[in-house]
Ligand binder design. Structure first.
Ligand SMILES: [Zn+2]
Ligand SMILES: [Zn+2]
Length: 319
C-alpha cells in the first residue's frame, strides 16, 4: 500500500505579525495582512519515495485529518488510529500525512487576547480539526488548555515572553496533536485523564495520567473528568476569569452556532449521540460545577452569561 504524503496541504500562507512590549507584557496584534497565494492544490508525494530520498526519515509525521503527530517508529502504511476510531473518520481519498516542516512552512499561529489573563491560539489557515488552544495566565504560572499541531519559533517566543508554561491540560485524544513537542519546548507536564491512556500513541515521560473526578492545577484551576465523548473527556474550570467561573469544554460540550443550545456527542463528525443515561449523568454532575461562562474548542464558541443555566436547559430537552 502506498502512503500518501500531503507535502503541501495548501500552498497558502498567512503571515501574522505581532508587536509586544516585554516590559508591559502588552500585546498588540496588528496584522494578518500579508496573505499571499502561490497556488492551491494538493501535491501528494509517495512516502516510499520520500523515504528512499531520506527526506523525512528524521521526523515523524502528522495525520492531516486529526493533526496527531505520531512516533518516528509508527508504521505509516497503516491508517491513523485516532481517525480509524468511530468518533472520527478517514477521508474518502484515504489517509494522508504531512511533515512538520511543511506544516511550519504553510501555516501560522495567530494569538488573540480575550482577557487580561487569557489568549486564544489558532492555526491559520485551518489545519486538521481546527480546534483552538488557550493560554491562561496566572500569578503561579501559565496553563495551556488543549493543544494544536503547529509549534513554531514565534509561538514559543510569544509564550515565553508571557512567562512560559507550567502545565498543559488536554481535554481528550482529538487534541493531543503535537503535545510532546509543546511539553519539551516549555519543559512542563501534560495532564491527561487515565481513562484515555489507550488513545495516546506517542507516549512520553512528560505525561501525567490522572484519575478520579478532578485534579487541581494552579491558582484554584481544576481539571474535571466528565466523560461522554471519550471516557476521559475533561473540562477546565477557571474561577477567576469571570464572576462565577469559566469552563473551558474542548468538545466535551458543543456550543451550537446560535449559542442557545449545548450538546454532548459520542461523535461530532459522524453525528452519533451519547445515550440518554449519559446525558442524565452529565447533567447531574454539572449541577455541582459553578460557572457563568463557557468557552468551546472552535471559533466563536463563547457564552459569557448564564452558561450553566443554558447547559441544564439544553440537557433537560433530551430528558
Ligand atoms: Zn488522524
Ligand atoms: Zn473530539
Amino acid at each position: 500500500m502506498d502512503i500518501k504524503l500531503n507535502s503541501n496541504p495548501h500552498i497558502y500562507r498567512v503571515q501574522a505579525i505581532y508587536i509586544y512590549t516585554m516590559k508591559r507584557k502588552d500585546f498588540l496584534k496588528f496584522s494578518t495582512a500579508s496573505a499571499f497565494t502561490a497556488a492551491l492544490g494538493l501535491a501528494d508525494v509517495k512516502a516510499s519515495e520520500m523515504l528512499k530520498n531520506n527526506s523525512f526519515g528524521e521526523s515523524a509525521l502528522l495525520c492531516t485529518t486529526c493533526g496527531t503527530k505520531f512516533k518516528l517508529s509508527f508504521n505509516y502504511s497503516e491508517n491513523c488510529p485516532v481517525c480509524s476510531n468511530d468518533r472520527q473518520y478517514l477521508p474518502i481519498k484515504g489517509q494522508s500525512w504531512t511533515k512538520p516542516e511543511d506544516l511550519s512552512a504553510n501555516f501560522s499561529n495567530v494569538f488573540k487576547k480575550i482577557d487580561e489573563h487569557l489568549y486564544e491560539i489558532r492555526t491559520v489557515p485551518k489545519f486538521a480539526i481546527g480546534q483552538r488552544a488557550f493560554l491562561i495566565l496566572t500569578p503561579q504560572g501559565n496553563i495551556l488548555w488543549d493543544c494544536i499541531s503547529l509549534l513554531n519559533d514565534s509561538t514559543i517566543a510569544f509564550i515565553q515572553s508571557l512567562g512560559g508554561l507550567k502545565a498543559i491540560a488536554i481535554s481528550h485524544p482529538h487534541y493531543y496533536s503535537s503535545m510532546n513537542e509543546w511539553a519539551s519546548a516549555f519543559n512542563c507536564p501534560i495532564y491527561i485523564h487515565a481513562q484515555d491512556q489507550e488513545f495516546v500513541f506517542n507516549a512520553s515521560d512528560k505525561i501525567i495520567y490522572w484519575s478520579g473526578k478532578s485534579i487541581g492545577l494552579l491558582n484554584d484551576i481544576q481539571m474535571m473528568n466528565i466523560g461522554g465523548h471519550f471516557p476521559g473527556s475533561s473540562i477546565l474550570h477557571v474561577p477567576f476569569l469571570s464572576d462565577k467561573g469559566t469552563v473551558f469544554c474542548g468538545d466535551t460540550f458543543y456550543i451550537s452556532p446560535n449559542k442557545k443550545h449545548i450538546s454532548v456527542m459520542y461523535s461530532y463528525p459522524n453525528f452519533i449521540p451519547v445515550s440518554l443515561m449519559e446525558i442524565k449523568r452529565i447533567n447531574a454532575q454539572m449541577k455541582e460545577v459553578y460557572f457563568d461562562t463557557l468557552i468551546g474548542a472552535f471559533d466563536g464558541q463563547l457564552i459569557n452569561e448564564n452558561a450553566k443555566e443554558l447547559l441544564h436547559q439544553s440537557f433537560n430537552k433530551y430528558v
